[in-house]
Ligand binder design. Structure first.
Ligand code: ARG
Ligand code: ZN
Length: 477
C-alpha cells in the first residue's frame, strides 16, 4: 500500500519541487491519442531526498511472499559467507501506465522474472532491478511479479559503515535493515512509503531456527532441512522485515490479554541478557494505556549472541544484539506503535520514531519508580548550550544524522516539553489520535505539528520552531 499523498504533501510542505517525485527516469511514451494510455517508466526512487534510489515510482506493493533457502557459512577457517536463494512473489498495483518499473535489490543476482506468469526482460544495476513488463501495465492494474534470485551473503554496511541488512553470522544471519538495507536480501520498494503484508518460508539446515515477523504458521523438516513458515498480515515497511537465522531457543506464550508472544533467544547467552523480555506483557499493557491498542498480530524478541551494535524495532519481533536491557526493551516495544504502525513519511522524519520511543522508555522508567520523565528531561537540558549536541536540526538531521544522539534525546525532550505545555490530557489524546489516524501508513513532522495544534487548540509554530528546527539549545518556548 502506498501513502504517497502524505509524502507529496510533506514534500510540498518542505518547499521541495514535486518534480523530485514525479519525474520518470526517461519519458519513453509516444504521444498517444487523448484517453489512451501513455506508458512511461516508473521512477527509480520514491522521492526521498535522503535516499534518492530507495523505493520506486509507478508501483504500489500489496503483498510479498518470500521463499528463502539459506545455508550459513561453513566452520572456520571458511570465509564468513552464506548462500541465499530466494523466490519473491510480489503482488503489486501499477499507479501509472507503465512500460517499465524498478524494484530495489543490491548484491544478489536475479535469474528469472515473470509478470503475470510469463517470463519478462530485466536488467540489473548496482541498486535496481529494472523490469520491462509485456503487455505493459495500465494504471490501477494489479499484477503478480515473481523474482528468482540469489547469491553469496556477506556483511553489508550502511552509509555510516554500520552493519545492516542481511548480516551473515557463523550460525546464521542477523537481519536488520533500517533505513534501506532490505534490498540486500529481497527485491522490494525499500522505502516506508510503500508498505505491504508479508509471508515467509525460510529453509535452513536442520537444528537452526529461522525467525521472521508475525506468527509461526508451520515448521517442517525434510532431508535435513527445516522450513519455517511465518505469517505477517499487518502492513509493514520493508526495513522492519526480518528473517534472522541462528541457534535460537523459542519461547511461546500468550499474554493475559490474549496476544501471542514468540521470543527467540540464543542459548549461548546468560539468562540476564534476556531477563527483561518477561516484562513484555506488563509493558504492552502500559503502552496500550498511553498509545492505544497494540497494533499487530503478535510480539516477541530476537536476542542474538552476535552483534550489529544496536537493536531494531523489527515489526512484531524486536531485535537485540547480545542483550535486551530493560530500557531498550521498552524503547523497541514502543516503536511498534511509533515507527512501525505509524512510519516516517520521509527519513527526515526519523525523530518521530526515535523521539517517541525514547520518551516511552522515560515513561516506563517513571512507572517503575525509577528516574521520572522530568528527571530525564532535566538531564538532557543540563547539556551546555555550546555543546554540538544542540546544533543538529532534529526535524532534518541529514542522512548521516539519522541516528544521532540528539534525534533520540532532543526528540524525547521535545515531546516532554510539549506535554508540559499542552497538558497530559491533550498530550495523550494526541498520542492516541496519531496512531489512530496514521496507523498502517506513514506521517510526517508537518502531520504531527498540525495534529498537535488540532488536538490542543494551541498555536505551536514558535514551539516547534524552537524545538525541532533551531540549531541551538531551547531557552524559552
Ligand atoms: N531504530 C533503531 C533503534 O531504535 C536504531 C537503528 C540503527 N540503525 C543503524 N543502521 N545504525 O534503536
Ligand atoms: Zn529507536
Amino acid at each position: 500500500m502506498s501513502h504517497r499523498r502524505t509524502m507529496l504533501a510533506a514534500l510540498s510542505a518542505a518547499g521541495l519541487a514535486l518534480a523530485v517525485v514525479a519525474a520518470p527516469a526517461v519519458a519513453t511514451a509516444a504521444p498517444g491519442k487523448p484517453g489512451q494510455p501513455r506508458y512511461s517508466a516508473g521512477a527509480d526512487g520514491a522521492g526521498d531526498p535522503y535516499f534518492p534510489l530507495a523505493g520506486n515510482g509507478g508501483i504500489d506493493l500489496q503483498h510479498i511472499d518470500l521463499d528463502l533457502d539459506y545455508t550459513p557459512p561453513a566452520p572456520e577457517p571458511a570465509p564468513l559467507e552464506g548462500q541465499l536463494d530466494g523466490v519473491a512473489t510480489i503482488d503489486l498495483r501499477a499507479t501509472q501506465d507503465l512500460d517499465r518499473f524498478n524494484l530495489d535489490l543490491r548484491g544478489l543476482t536475479v535469474h528469472r522474472v515473470t509478470v503475470g506468469g510469463k517470463p519478462m526482460a530485466f536488467t540489473q544495476t548496482e541498486n535496481e532491478l529494472v523490469i520491462t513488463p509485456r503487455p505493459k501495465l495500465k494504471a490501477g492494474q494489479g499484477s503478480q511479479v515473481v523474482v528468482e534470485y540469489g547469491g553469496t551473503t556477506t556483511q553489508p554496511r550502511d552509509i555510516d559503515d554500520e552493519l545492516y541488512g542481511w548480516v551473515t553470522t557463523r550460525d546464521g544471519a542477523m537481519v536488520v535493515s533500517e533505513p534501506d538495507g532490505a534490498a540486500t536480501w529481497f527485491p522490494v520498494s525499500d522505502h516506508p512509503s510503500d508498505k505491504a503484508s508479508y509471508d515467509f518460508e525460510i529453509t535452513v539446515p536442520d537444528g537452526l531456527v529461522a525467525v521472521a515477523n508475525g506468527t509461526l504458521a508451520d515448521q517442517s523438516t525434510n532431508d535435513g532441512r527445516t522450513t519455517w513458515t511465518w505469517h505477517a498480515p499487518d502492513q509493514m515497511a520493508a526495513y522492519l522485515a526480518t528473517a534472522s537465522v541462528g541457534d535460537y531457543t523459542l519461547n511461546r506464550y500468550t499474554t493475559p490479554d490474549g496476544l501471542e508472544i514468540i521470543d527467540a533467544v540464543d542459548p549461548a547467552l546468560p539468562a540476564s541478557a534476556s531477563a527483561s523480555l518477561a516484562l513484555a506483557p506488563e509493558m504492552i499493557a502500559f503502552f496500550e494505556d498511553r498509545f492505544g491498542p497494540y497494533p499487530f498480530v503478535a510480539y516477541g524478541a530476537i536476542v542474538d549472541d552476535d552483534s550489529v551494535g544496536y537493536a531494531l524495532e523489527t515489526q512484531t519481533r524486536s531485535f537485540f544484539s547480545r542483550r535486551a536491557s530493560e530500557g531498550t526493551a521498552a524503547h523497541e516495544l514502543a516503536h511498534q506503535w511509533m515507527g512501525d504502525q505509524v512510519s516516517p513519511g520521509r527519513w527526515a522524519d526519523i525523530w518521530l520514531n526515535e523521539g517517541w520511543a525514547s520518551y516511552a522508555s522515560w515513561m516506563w522508567s517513571e512507572e517503575q519508580g525509577r528516574a521520572t520523565a522530568q528527571t530525564n528531561f532535566d538531564e538532557v537540558m543540563s547539556t551546555p548550550a555550546d555543546d554540538e549536541f544542540w546544533s543538529l536540526v532534529v526535524a532534518d538531521p541529514q542522512p548521516h544524522g539519522l541516528f544521532a544522539g540528539a534525534v533520540y534525546d532532543r526528540g524525547a525532550a521535545t515531546l516532554h516539553a510539549l506535554r508540559v505545555k499542552i497538558g497530559d490530557d491533550a498530550f495523550f489524546e494526541l498520542a492516541k489520535e496519531w496512531v489512530e489516524r496514521f496507523g498502517g501508513g506513514t506521517a510526517t513532522t508537518a502531520d504531527f505539528t498540525a495534529l498537535a495544534e488540532e488536538v490542543s487548540g494551541t498555536q505551536l509554530d514558535a514551539f516547534f520552531q524552537t524545538w525541532l528546527y533551531a540549531p541551538e539549545k531551547p531557552t524559552t518556548w
